[in-house]
Design a binder for this molecule. Structure first.
Ligand SMILES: [Zn+2]
Length: 102
């Protein structure tokens, strides 16, 4: 059985100029040829790459915030929002009665 490698047997043409062979990046896929990359650095990475990177960054910011956004206590009073999110913590902090009063 013959194995064909798309990289060597049918090189894709650059999507920008269609003249030079495109560069196949293992993570980005088809990337513009070097001469096109030299002309415009903004097209060296695919739009998918940017949207993924952006999504990842947003998710990271959200994770950082959610961790310290809700605190179990506001001053000396238990924070009902926190215990709505983490009902199992009510026993741990022994705040069941305090929450009923709120
Ligand atoms: Zn090109």
């Amino acid at each position: 059985m013959k194995k064909t490698c798309p990289k060597t047997h049918s090189p894709k043409k650059c999507p920008a100029c269609g003249l030079n062979d495109a560069i196949i990046d293992s993570t980005l896929g088809v990337v513009h040829c070097l001469s096109c990359q030299a002309k415009d650095v903004r097209i060296t990475k695919s739009p998918e790459f940017y949207s993924l990177a952006k999504k990842d960054r947003v998710q990271r910011i959200r994770d950082e915030h959610s961790a310290d956004l809700v605190q179990p206590f506001s001053g000396t009073k238990p924070n009902p929002d926190f215990f709505k999110l983490y009902p199992d913590k009510i026993k741990e902090y022994n705040v069941g009665k305090d929450l009923e009063k709120l």
